[in-house]
Design a protein. Sequence first.
Length: 94
Amino acid sequence: MNALTLENDRVKLSLLDLSNYKHLVDIAQQENLIQYSPNDISSPEKLKEYVQTAVDGYYHKTVIPFIIFDKKTEAYAGSTRFGLINWNNKVLHI
């Protein structure tokens, strides 16, 4: 993956991939974290599948997944992504 990074004084968003998703394993175990999400990340294996789907979307140019690093707490805080990318109309969803 290319080294796309978004950063300000508080957070750093780097591309999420299979080399860094393990920073999210403990976060994914938080109770009610995905209560309203259609994705099951309740185990390290299911989290890896979720990240693999995001990585596949990146290579197909339909999403850009990020891992979030909180500079204030000096810890990983979760993930996010730009999705439903429409390159012709230059729009995407967060």
